[in-house]
Design a protein around this ligand. Structure first.
Ligand SMILES: *Cc1c(COP(=O)(O)O)cnc(C)c1O
Length: 224
């Protein structure tokens, strides 16, 4: 199967046709990104700052670049001029740095807060109480060059569909509960970024608005 066929069969299986597809192109050469671009993809996800910056320089300017990997504060400046959405914000310190760099670039940067929903060790993200603390911190409301547009979560890497489903459901219910709270004006939790190649269908059934799919489009990745 080629990339275009992968994209068509992916879209054909969507449980929610209005869900945004972020094509996760990490480790893939720009020629493959161009194939996806020519098939209509405009949202690309990368997890490394340098790789994303290089690709952004070389590829069409109407691509929306999504940072989906763990982001170090000292690297925010490299992506601040162009990044469309940062999915992986997990601290107030990082949020403040993004706000500072957004101001330097005269723009407002959209972010998602990454929430820890898996049962695995050592995944990044906030737990529910840290999430609430961040949203209600007086400092958060003052960051007028960032907009918190939703939450991101990753389910446990397992064959157990019931477990995956309940983890996605917990993220959705956290987001729904927060909608009843008074939140600062730079917060508007509309997006739920959840679901990857192996679990995007379950994620869509549980209310995902944005899926991050790599290998089902581009094939398996070859890591070093
Ligand atoms: C790599 C990655 C994906 C895509 O994974 P696939 O299983 O290839 O679809 C999605 N989200 C994050 C955060 C990733 O790092």
């Amino acid at each position: 199967m080629n990339l275009k066929e992968n994209l068509i069969s992916l879209k054909n299986t969507f449980a929610n046709p209005s869900c945004t597809l972020v094509a996760v192109s990490k480790t893939k050469p720009k020629e493959m990104l161009m194939q996806a671009y020519e098939a209509g993809v405009r949202d690309f996800g990368e997890n490394k700052v340098q790789e994303m910056s290089e690709k952004a320089e070389q590829l069409p300017s109407d691509i929306r670049w999504h940072m989906i990997g763990h982001l170090q504060r000292n690297k925010v400046k490299y992506i601040a001029p162009f990044v469309h959405l940062i999915h992986s914000v997990d601290s107030l310190k990082l949020l403040k740095e993004i706000d500072k760099e957004a101001k330097k670039n005269n723009r407002i940067i959209q972010v998602l807060l990454q929430v820890y929903i898996a049962q695995e060790e050592s995944k990044f993200g906030l737990d529910e109480s840290e999430l609430k603390a961040l949203l209600h911190a007086p400092e958060t409301a003052k960051l007028d060059s960032v907009k918190i547009v939703g939450l991101m979560g990753m389910a446990t890497y397992t064959e157990n569909e019931a477990q995956i489903r309940s983890e996605f459901r917990s993220l959705k219910s956290i987001a729904d509960a927060l909608k009843n709270e008074t939140l600062p004006s730079n917060v508007s939790l509309q997006e739920l970024s959840m679901g990857m190649s192996g679990d995007y269908l379950i994620a869509q059934e549980e209310g995902s608005t944005m899926i991050r799919v790599g290998s089902a489009i581009f094939g398996e990745r070859n890591y070093q």
